[in-house]
Design a protein around this ligand. Structure first.
Ligand code: GDP
Length: 458
């Protein structure tokens, strides 16, 4: 079957051929990718021949109508099904100039059956053609968007099947347990079969429930992906915003809520030793007295409550640190940062709740910031490293796992009383929730959300 002949049936088969520039702007080389039944037609029309599969061939590319040479570049041909999308695909590696890219893309789109790709459409086709599951597609989006090395490592394992395999393993075990329970339905007349089958299924369901609970309790995935949340709290004028600015100036500030401003950042993302960290100034608490700033205070308190770590900043020139930080709603972990070391009084005695973790710095001179930064990096490393890769990364995964766990809980609670059909139904609903995680089951409604994250050309 000739590649060129297939384009004619593109309409009949209902498959558009999509094309897009997949490389970033401004590079010396640009990559145009094509996927769909007319991909071979495009290569033939522009390059004059279709190369051997998966071999790069240097070719002069011409406009299919005028014959005008547009550029010279590498052409690759990946016939279905052994391609990234599972469809016929082609790749044109051309010079990266704006006019060159516009001319070649224009020539590609002049071939009948082709149209510009939408954001994420290549990956969406790969998913629909069974080349990857939904968690792998999400991992790929995270890999492309990774800002820190820890995010890259997590996304890599996620993109290449780690999470998907774990979830599919859970689902297969659940389906086996369900089959045992359903055996009871089929053999309803034979008295001893149901009880025995149920008894066999129960330990597996209990084990699954334990594994789900453990995965749900593991926040490492979210911490790596979203960044560890570090709230900076303290009395007014202790130097909270100065400290954030000093830390942001020293390390790689990834993004800030107020681009271009280096003063009075309320929230800043840093790359600390390869880990993403969100520093949040709980400035709202400053206005606690007098001003009606209820909303700001409420938000600041909420941030403190959800923080992975709270730094209580204390002005060492203003006297000894309090024994206890006021107004704290049981933060996960609390460190004392004695600030304004340049104004004297350094190594004060630190008591009570501060024991263990206290630092002396000067946001102004930079003294002590090294030690604090290293400790913060160590904190995030401790909290995210070790053991297996986390099973759940996104809120979507947690929601599915929680739903599955709720059904398993209902099944286990009613194990002795529920009739076979009801028990099997709880297990089926749990399996379905897991199936939605990988996209194995009923995810049409999720696809737009998942693939919207990608850029055009991916
Ligand atoms: P916040 O209210 O806790 O955010 O405190 P600010 O960061 O606004 O700082 C309050 C005042 O203390 C400002 O005048 C800062 O310039 C000053 N300040 C902050 N850090 C230091 C420091 O390390 N040394 C000295 N001498 N002054 C500081």
């Amino acid at each position: 079957k000739s590649a060129a002949g297939k384009g004619a049936i593109a309409g009949a088969a209902g498959g558009d051929t999509i094309a897009a520039v997949s490389s970033g702007r401004g590079g010396a080389v640009a990559v145009i990718r094509l996927s769909g039944p007319a991909a071979g037609d495009v290569v033939l029309a522009l390059a004059g021949r279709v190369p051997e599969p998966r071999r790069a061939v240097l070719a002069r590319l011409r406009h299919p109508d005028s014959g005008e040479p547009l550029d010279q570049g590498l052409v690759l041909w990946f016939p279905a099904p052994r391609s990234a999308t599972g469809e016929d695909m082609a790749e044109l590696q051309i010079h990266g100039g704006r006019a060159v890219v516009a001319a070649v893309l224009g020539a590609v789109l002049a071939v009948p059956g082709t149209r510009p790709a939408q954001a994420g459409e290549f990956t969406r086709r790969a998913f629909l053609n069974g080349r990857m599951d939904l968690t792998e597609a999400e991992g790929l989006a995270d890999l492309i968007g990774a800002e820190t090395q820890a995010q890259r490592r997590l996304a890599f394992s996620h993109a290449f099947g780690h999470l998907g395999q774990r979830v599919e393993d859970w689902r297969h075990r659940l389906v086996r347990a369900m089959a045992l329970v359903e055996a009871g339905i089929d053999f309803a007349d034979e008295d001893d079969v149901p009880a025995e089958a149920r008894a066999l299924a129960r330990p597996e369901v209990e084990a699954l429930q334990r594994e789900l609970a453990q995965a749900l309790g593991d926040r490492r995935g979210a911490m790596v992906r979203e960044g560890a949340l570090i709230a900076i709290a303290g009395l007014p004028n202790a130097g909270k915003s100065s400290l954030i600015n000093a830390l942001a100036a020293r390390d790689v500030a990834i993004v800030s809520d107020e681009p271009g401003t280096t003063r009075d950042l309320l929230e800043v993302s840093l790359d600390l030793d390869g880990h993403k960290v969100m520093l949040v100034d709980t400035a709202g608490l400053r206005e606690a007295e007098g001003k009606v700033e209820a909303e700001g205070i409420r938000r600041a308190r909420a941030r403190i409550a959800e923080a992975d770590l709270v730094l209580w900043v204390h002005d060492v020139a203003a006297g000894p640190a309090p024994d206890e930080a006021p107004e704290m709603e049981a933060p996960a972990e609390l460190w004392l940062v004695g600030n304004k070391l340049d104004r004297g009084a350094g190594g004060e005695s630190v008591a009570g709740r501060w024991a263990g973790r206290s630092f002396a710095v000067s946001a102004r001179s930079g003294e002590g910031l090294d030690v604090l930064t290293r400790a913060l990096g160590g904190f995030v490393t401790d909290r995210t490293a070790g053991g297996e890769h986390p099973a759940l990364i996104r809120e979507r995964h947690r929601a599915s796992a929680a739903e599955a766990s709720a059904h398993l809980g209902a099944a286990l609670a009613g194990w002795e009383e529920l009739d076979d059909a009801l028990l099997a139904e709880e297990l089926r609903l749990a399996a379905r929730a897991l199936g939605r995680m990988t996209g194995a089951i009923g995810v049409d409604d999720l696809l737009d959300v998942v693939f919207r994250e990608f850029c055009i050309g991916k």
